[in-house]
Design a protein around this ligand. Sequence first.
Ligand code: THF
Length: 274
Amino acid sequence: MKQYHDLVKYVLENGNEKGDRTGTGTKSVFGYQMRFDLSEGFPMVTTKKLHLKSIIYELLWFLKGDTNTKYLTENGVRIWNEWADENGDLGPVYGHQWRNWASEDIDQIKEVIQTLKNNPNSRRMLVSAWNPSVLPDTSKSFSENVANGKAALPPCHAFFQFYVADGKLSCQLYQRSADIFLGVPFNIASYALFTMMMAQVCGYQPGDFIHTFGDAHIYNNHLEQLELQLSRDIRPLPKMILNPEIKDIFDFKFEDFTLVDYNPHPHIKGVVAV
Ligand code: THF
């Protein structure tokens, strides 16, 4: 994962000192791109241990169209709790827009799979989580926004596009806002996994995952952690094995994913900016 270390070094060297919504302060750049050839291994950071279970359950939760944290917490995943209301609701976030866009019965995932299978040269294979009509009012709390039918948070990974060539499926994500220490390692692994799953159910080999950023930032309270992480040697990438029996994207279960040869350095703790 040289790509990740290069991103961290680039932002440390070129980042603008920038205030932010959470009041933490960041070093930030605007516009950056990474590319991962999925045939070279599963792009999971090796210079700190990542909690793959959270990544898999979060992705299955998006794919269910679920926007309540109950399913996540039942499975020991707490990464969305800070933003949910007292009932665990987050409002119309990712899962809702992916599977039931604007509550108009538009299932973007089903539609993109149809196109991937029937018209793979299409240049219209996009899924958008960015829906201006449900963006939160920033003068209100997370739960007030949810009560008003708005999303607790605007999506960070806002939209993605698929591309097929040479029998390989690639995916490019546009992420408008990226927390480089905590979020980005999760986001890379999540979309790499999603690309592999989509490739399997549509009958392609996995190609590249391309990660394009808007505001890519390092929070000031993550600087020491990243310094430690950069001092560690990068190890070979693990491999991800999917249960080959699964032919429908909505049939994947936690047990269908097997990660092999992941030998990371120890976990590094960091506080999430809320
Ligand atoms: N807000 C901020 N400030 N950063 C983010 O990365 C982020 N997200 C989602 C929504 N808002 C965000 C939530 N995703 C962790 C990881 C991903 C998150 C939120 C939190 C986190 O704390 N990770 C720890 C613990 C992992 C675990 O318990 O499983 C870690 O060490 O990796 C980005 O999409």
